[in-house]
Design a protein around this ligand. Structure first.
Ligand SMILES: NC(=O)c1ccc[n+]([C@@H]2O[C@H](COP(=O)([O-])OP(=O)(O)OC[C@H]3O[C@@H](n4cnc5c(N)ncnc54)[C@H](OP(=O)(O)O)[C@@H]3O)[C@@H](O)[C@H]2O)c1
Length: 229
């Protein structure tokens, strides 16, 4: 069942991808935005209450998930990590006392790991029994914490989960003028996918603009209930 948007944050999926739809190369290299697009992303970050990523993005990129280049507060950082495997040495854990950081886990996560994260200032939310974090539970909790607008920054696995649970309202993608190829390279949206074109997530083009060499396209998600999964 879709969660009514008033009970969850408004969610904007943002990513940079190659013309062939890859958000990282087969080695995991994902730095592809131009400087003008980076400034757009940081303006977007400064306009939201939280930024969410999946565990593999954290493990590969060790991201800061903070606001640079523009004035603005740092939003909450939210990591989806069913088994509390986020390294204690990661940037987000190391700075959790300065920037509010939530790690969403399941009840199968080891208590010892949860305690270690909490001791470092991380807020740990237990969201369901697994095997993965319950997205609908988590998003309701985030709304009760005052998070009204949230940026989803991937990767492809989490993007699919969020879209297929009808939890994305808007999509911005910066298309970088490269083709990366690679059967194993992560696409904008991974997961099982739609069986038929007519079952795909329906979108409406809102606008497009050039940021340096990149083309940024913005879509509204229409009729999210049509996704079969
Ligand atoms: N170009 C861009 O804009 C961009 C942006 C972001 C990421 N990336 C790239 O994307 C790659 C990572 O993407 P990815 O698809 O491998 O992984 P991902 O989406 O970042 O993370 C997936 C992991 O999140 C955890 N998770 C917990 N609950 C989940 C749920 N309900 N649904 C889905 N995932 C859940 C799972 O690990 P557990 O089962 O252990 O919890 C899952 O394996 C990296 O190379 C990164 O650099 C690129």
């Amino acid at each position: 069942m879709p969660v009514a948007q008033t009970f969850r944050p408004y969610v904007i999926l943002n990513a940079a991808m190659s013309l062939d739809g890859k958000i990282a190369t087969f080695t995991g290299d994902s730095r592809m935005s131009s400087a003008p697009d980076m400034r757009r992303v940081h303006r977007l970050r400064a306009s939201v209450d939280a930024i969410m990523v999946g565990l593999r993005t954290l493990l590969v990129d060790d991201p800061k998930l903070s606001v640079k280049f523009v004035k603005g507060h740092n939003p909450y950082r939210i990591i989806l990590d069913s088994n509390a495997r986020t390294p204690l040495t990661s940037y987000v854990v190391g700075t959790a006392r300065d920037v509010p950081t939530i790690i969403a886990v399941t009840s199968t996560a080891q208590r010892k790991r949860i305690e270690a994260l909490k001791e470092r200032g991380v807020t740990v939310l237990v969201c369901g029994k697994g095997p993965q974090v319950s997205l609908t539970f988590l998003l309701r909790r985030l709304r009760t914490l005052g998070i009204r607008r949230m940026l989803l920054e991937g990767g492809g696995t989490l993007n699919w989960s969020m879209l297929s649970h009808h939890l994305v309202d808007e999509i911005s993608v910066a298309i970088t003028p490269r083709i990366l190829g690679g059967t194993g390279a992560i696409s904008l949206v991974a997961g099982r996918g739609a069986a038929r074109v007519k079952d795909g997530v329906k979108l409406k083009l809102l606008n497009f603009a050039r940021y340096g060499p990149d083309l940024v396209v913005r879509y509204k998600v229409l009729d999210p209930g049509s996704v079969g999964y």
